[in-house]
Design a protein around this ligand. Structure first.
Ligand code: HEM
Ligand code: HEM
Length: 588
């Protein structure tokens, strides 16, 4: 029985308008059940902002794209230009091109919105590349995020395609040149190439349909799929919770950061306007895709010196570097290696490597644990070296795509540049791989050194026999803890060819392969100092300044900037509680 007496009707205050609205909405949508989201915790790290940048650019793309649909006419029907841009007066062109010129010169704010749309596309794809690289280098793709990695990867491919389809729409000379290449590449795909070309172009190139078809893909199909995938992607980020870098108070079982309301929402909101502002500034002052200078597409002309958008540069470079190889199969079927290898096989291989890497790593390590703590790139020298050498290959191909511009600007021979690119494709990634790996191992060695020999204090001490030495002090406990908590993977043991009874091991070949790949990934690492080594080292080091104690269970001191853990508790003194993931238990 309740002992609380009901307040008289007159003493109860009437619910405010806000409460009434909240009550009404809750009655229909059950929003009160989602109140736990308010305490959802987001860790803080600058590298997490690239995903947000991509997201905000996507929002700008949708808004500006909607606006452009009101003025753009995706028709290839020929018209004669009579608008306000005098150099094009009286020139026959498609309505798509004429409407793009009209958007640029006659629609109020048109050029700004077109440029905003284009700049957002460039920045979105650039942020996505950095976003992908950061996930790769920190190992955030490991269990349970493999599926989210695949979803992200699909979006990367789709958004790149969306960009290409987008800048094909204005039907100017540059877009037509790109479309001509796309047609050649589609035709070179064995078996299905001709059918695909027919589907895209509706007949002999350039046909009358391609712009109309690309338009449907561009404004409906691709953005629709990307929007759906982004939603699932973000729901999964919420569901898995964010990863975080190792540090005091951070474990595989908690998330330390700031809650969604009000901190994260305020920060994310501010960041949206920052991204929007920078994009608007670029659109306002930096010219992009001046289609009126290229002229309308004509099949007997190609655009000279103009370049595709940056994200297509690597494909163009691969095509330009490839020798003109082809052979004819019995029956008269020509296999065009000059196009097939650089534009189909190479990008497919590159994409497969990105998409399947998480599964390769999981298979090699036989690791079925969940990972919520991120690796520092140096702690995985082989993975990091592989990722950076991949980027270097991308860059070589990218510069190869600009071989004509480079030749003209630097007064070099086009053939020499092409040969440099051909050699560079093999040499640069190999050298980058070796150098990056050595740098990572060097950094690991430096970390070990800092742990065992402390940090330099800048204070010189004179010993009784006259020698001068610099005093080394113990690292700060937080840093010491972060360095010591590094996850060192073991190389899988080589399998025995036979068991104790001499029976051959049927899985020996598979296990040997696994052993070799794991040796490649995890072999030759710099070991962490052992407990004994640390104890010995600390006896000789001056005690450093400390902001906390390393707890006996090795969790280290909690962070001291007033952060909360996933269970939303803020512990006394502003220290974060290392609660169990979502369970609300405290470990400390
Ligand atoms: C990831 C999303 C998107 C990307 C990467 C993208 C990219 C592009 C690019 C690079 C262009 C060429 C712009 C230029 O003329 O210089 C373009 C044109 C266009 N886009 Fe998008 N876009 C995206 C989404 C959308 C959406 C959602 C819509 C409509 C709802 C849209 C509508 C248009 C229209 C109408 C044009 C032709 C007008 C023009 O060329 O100025 N876009 N897009
Ligand atoms: C339209 C494209 C994309 C958008 C809007 C997007 C957005 C985001 C955002 C806002 C986050 C949370 C913040 C962060 O960790 O950076 C995130 C996390 C994540 N993204 Fe993406 N992303 C996209 C594409 C990709 C791509 C291309 C990949 C990888 C191939 C990827 C893999 C991931 C993973 C694995 C996470 C979870 C990481 C963690 O919890 O630390 N995403 N994404």
């Amino acid at each position: 029985m309740s002992t609380t007496e009901r307040a008289p009707q007159s003493a109860r205050t009437a619910p405010s308008r806000g409460e009434r609205i909240a009550d009404w909405t809750d009655g229909r949508l059950g929003i009160y059940n989602f109140r736990f989201l308010i305490r959802k915790v987001f860790p803080d790290h600058w590298s997490f902002m690239f995903g947000e940048m991509a997201l905000y650019s996507f929002v700008v793309l949708i808004l500006t794209g909607l606006w452009l649909t009101m003025f753009f006419d995706p028709s290839m029907t020929e018209t004669v230009y009579h608008g306000s841009h005098t150099p094009l007066q009286g020139i026959p062109m498609s309505q798509a091109y004429a409407s793009t010129i009209e958007i640029s010169f006659d629609v109020r704010g048109g050029l700004f919105i077109r440029q905003l749309h284009h700049w957002s596309a460039l920045i979105m794809i650039a942020s996505l590349c950095v976003h992908t690289l950061r996930h790769f280098l920190t190992g955030s793709f490991r269990k349970p995020r493999e599926l989210n990695w695949l979803i992200g990867f699909t979006m990367l491919v789709l958004v790149t395609l969306e960009g290409f389809v987008g800048y094909s729409l204005p039907d100017d000379l540059l877009s037509g040149t790109g479309l001509r290449i796309a047609e050649g590449v589609t035709l070179a795909i064995p078996l299905v190439g001709t059918y695909l070309t027919l589907f895209l172009f509706g007949g002999e190139y350039p046909g009358n349909d391609v712009i109309q078809r690309f338009y449907s893909f561009h404004i409906l199909l691709i953005p629709g799929i990307v929007l759906a995938l982004v939603t699932v992607h973000l729901i999964l980020v919420f569901y898995h919770k964010h990863t975080q870098f190792r540090g005091p108070g951070r474990t595989e079982n908690n998330v330390v950061g700031q809650p969604l309301m009000p901190h994260y929402t305020a920060k994310a909101g501010g960041f949206f306007f920052l991204v929007f502002g920078v994009l608007a500034l670029l659109a306002g002052i930096a010219q992009i895709n001046p289609v009126w200078t290229y002229g309308p597409y004509r099949a007997d002309q190609i655009s000279q010196g103009s370049q595709p958008d940056w994200y297509m540069g690597f494909l163009e470079g691969a095509l330009r570097a490839m020798p003109a190889w082809e052979f004819v199969l019995p029956g008269g079927y020509t296999v065009n290696l000059a196009v097939l290898i650089p534009a189909v096989v190479l990008p497919t291989l590159m994409m497969m490597v990105i998409a399947l890497w998480p599964f390769l790593e999981a298979w090699v390590t036989n690791d079925r644990r969940e990972h919520h703590l991120l690796d520092r790139p140096r702690d995985h020298p082989t993975r990091t070296a592989f990722g950076i050498s991949f980027v270097s290959l991308y860059l070589v191909l990218f510069f190869g795509g600009a071989n004509d511009v480079l030749a003209e600007r630097f007064h070099l021979s086009l053939n020499q540049i092409t040969w440099a690119v051909r050699i560079g494709i093999f040499l640069v990634p190999a050298v980058t791989y070796v150098v990056t790996r050595r740098i990572c191992l060097g950094l690991q060695r430096r970390d070990r050194d800092k742990l065992l020999h402390g940090r330099e204090t800048g204070r010189i001490r004179r010993l009784p026999h006259g020698e001068f030495v610099e005093v080394h002090a113990r690292l700060e406990r937080e840093q010491e803890y972060s360095l010591l908590s590094r996850d060192v993977r073991e190389v899988l043991p080589a399998p025995e060819a036979t068991d104790a009874d001499g029976v051959p091991n049927p899985r020996a070949r598979k296990e040997m392969l696994r052993h070799r790949v794991s040796r490649w990934l995890y072999g030759n690492q710099i070991p962490k100092p052992t407990r004994e080594e640390m104890r010995h080292a600390l006896e000789h080091l001056e005690p450093g300044s400390s902001h906390g104690q390393i707890s006996p269970n090795g969790h280290g001191p909690a962070s001291s900037n007033g952060q909360v853990s996933s269970n939303g508790h803020l512990t006394a003194g502003g220290h974060a509680a290392a609660g169990e993931r979502e369970s609300g238990q405290e470990v400390h």
